[in-house]
Structure formats: C-alpha cells, structure tokens
Ligand binder design. Structure first.
Ligand SMILES: Cc1ncc(COP(=O)(O)O)c(C=O)c1O
Length: 351
C-alpha cells in the first residue's frame, strides 16, 4: 500500500475470490460456474457482432436487453437494471441504501456484503444463522437499516420460502430488503413477482451461474421504478457503459433459448441429487441445497484438510476459514464425469 492511500481503505479487508488457476488443469468445482457452455445462440451472435461491439460504445441503457429481461419476468423495462455482474448491483445498492448506516446480513453468507459495508462506511451487523445453518425470518424483524441475504443462501444452500421473505419485507417497510438470487434457478422460486406489491424489495440475479456467462460479467437488479432509478443514477455517476455490447447481446440470446436453459439446470439438479446420495453413503454430512453447490463436512476431518487433500488430487473446491464453516468445504456441481472424479478423489482423501 502506498503512503497516499486513504487510511480507511488501508484498513479494509478486500474480498478474496475463489482461485482461477492459471497453468495447471483442475477439476474446477470452486466458484460455482456452469460446467455446460452458454446457449448455442450466444456464440453465434457474438461471432457475428464482436467487431462492431468492440469498436463502438454500447447502449448505456441496455434497452434491448432490459426489454428481454422485462418480457422474461413479466415486468416493464423501468423495473430492470442490467449490471456488470451482480456484484455491481450489490455495490450500487450498498452505496445507495447502506453508506454510513446499519446493514444486516447473515453471519454465514456471501463474503462481499461485509466488504461493501466496510468499503462504504456502513456498520455491517452479522445476524447468526440458526444451528441448522438456516436464516430465521424472526431475526430480521423491524430492523433499522438495509437487510441483505442470498436466497438460497451461499455457501450454505438453504432456501427461504416466499412467506418468510414476505414477513421480512413487511416488517421493514422503511428499509430496503435486498434478496440476492444468484442461485435461484436450481429449484427455488424467484421473489421477483413480489416487487409489484412491495416498494422496498430489491432482487438481484446473475448470469454467471445458471446462464454460464461468468466471464462476460452480466447481472440484473429488479425492483419498482423508484429503486431502479436510484441505482441507475449511481451507475451513471460511476460508469454509464458498465455492461459491454457483447454481454448485452449474449444476455438477449440466453433469454431466448428457454429450452437449453431448462436442460442445463435439470442436468445440474440431477447431478446434485446423485452426488448428495453418494456423499451420504460415504458418511459425509451434506447440508440440504437448492443451489449448484453442496456444503459438506467429513466427520473428524477439518475442511481445510479435505480442501488440501482434494487439491493435491487435482480437484479444486472452496474452503472458508471462519469459525462456523471450518468443518466444511463447498463443492460446485459440475458435469457427471467431474463429480465422479471428485468422488473418487474424496474417497482417497478420507481413506
Ligand atoms: C450469493 C452471490 N451473489 C453474487 C455473486 C456474484 O456474481 P456475479 O458474477 O454476477 O458478480 C456470487 C458469486 O459467487 C454469489 O455467490
């Protein structure tokens, strides 16, 4: 760090992303990407449009993409903001609704919430999950700041019902409730339809997981127009062109191919069930998951040791070095052959 940096930034602990290994080939099950390629129409459109999309500035308002997202979800385009990965929507929301205020999130959840809180001078308040690693809506009753949680939660995989989310939203009418639906497509139901009813509900989704476009950086925020206008103002005060032209084209093409999307998600759900069964047969503890990952613990073996044992065998998973997660590792659901390789390696580690 230089001597010029703001003291506050000097004290910040930045987010540590999962490894993106360069050089060595791994069975890569650490950052919840899709093992399947994006919809076939994506590659064809990008091949056609890539030169112009690089030469020109993209449409800052993402007009066609927002229309496609609005049509897909039964909304109007002014209830949609396209962003450069859902992290950007989270950042805008923290900036708009949490800077220098309180913000509440689960003690075990996506690590960026804490980082954004600290970056923006918010007081981040970690609300403990219950003993089954579940969010209890009662813990979020009548708070004095923004509430943010992932549904299903990460890295635990637990899914909160619409009824429970409604209770949180209704008991906090003067606070924004941000529901991060990065993993909603793997068996949950989105709360996007509820935004018509609640002016304090903000829903964020990503195209990095179920849509297989992590590298292009695309995500969305959904809310009533007033909240979307807030976030758009912030976007336009930072980087109006945050979503590049290739990502806009890819997003539209991905929305168009509903069948392919459904097939990829079904394949993951099937592989998740099979992997869970195999792990449980080995005596491994697996938290119930409606996501494309499993949080699992090998009895009497710290998560770090499992992580290292798998790493040595060419399988990359994620270990979170924190008091409530140190017994666990998080494993992305890959293709069937990838999961077979993971299970074989895990058998060796346990032996
Ligand atoms: C819960 C959650 N929210 C948001 C993100 C960020 O996704 P994106 O790639 O769209 O920025 C992730 C990525 O791992 C995540 O797990």
């Amino acid at each position: 760090m230089s001597r010029f940096v703001d003291a506050h930034l000097g004290r910040l602990t930045p987010y540590v992303p999962g490894e993106q290994p360069q050089g060595r080939t791994f069975v890569k099950l650490n950052t919840n990407e899709s093992p399947y390629p994006p919809a076939p129409g994506v590659a064809a459109a990008l091949n056609r449009e890539r030169i112009e999309a690089m030469r020109l500035y993209a449409d800052p308002n993402c007009t066609k993409l927002r229309q496609a997202a609005a049509d897909y979800h039964g909304l109007s385009p002014d209830q949609v903001l396209a962003v450069n990965g859902s992290d950007e929507a989270l950042y805008f929301a923290f900036l708009a609704y949490a800077s220098n205020r309180n913000v509440y999130y689960p003690d075990v959840t996506y690590g960026f919430y804490k980082v954004y809180a600290s970056l923006l001078g918010a007081k981040g308040i970690a609300v403990p999950l219950n003993n089954d690693y579940e969010i209890d809506w009662k813990d979020y009753f009548g708070k004095d700041g923004m509430i943010v949680f992932a549904n299903p939660n990460a890295p635990t995989g637990h899914y909160l019902t619409h009824a429970d989310i409604k209770r949180i939203v209704m008991s906090n009418p003067d606070q924004v409730v941000l529901v991060d639906e990065a993993y909603i497509d793997y068996g949950g139901a989105s709360v996007i339809p509820l935004i018509k009813q609640f002016d304090n509900l903000l829903v964020v989704q990503t195209f990095s997981k179920s849509r297989a476009l992590a590298g292009l950086r695309l995500g969305f925020a959904f809310a009533q127009k007033a909240l979307i206008d807030d976030l758009t103002r912030i976007r336009d005060a930072i980087n109006p062109y945050s979503v590049n032209g290739l990502a806009q084209t890819a997003g539209i093409k991905s929305f168009e191919d509903r069948r392919y999307f459904g097939e990829c998600v079904s394949a993951i759900v099937k592989t998740r069930a099979r992997t869970t069964q195999a792990l449980e047969a080995m005596g491994v503890t697996v938290l119930p998951s409606l996501t494309n990952f499993l949080m699992m613990a090998v009895p009497n073996m710290p998560g770090e040791k499992v992580y290292k044992g798998l790493f040595e065998r060419g399988v990359l998973v994620r270990y979170f070095d924190a008091p409530r997660t140190h017994a666990y590792v998080r494993v992305t659901i890959g293709s069937d052959p990838e999961m077979d390789a993971f299970l074989d390696a895990l058998k060796e580690v346990i032996a």
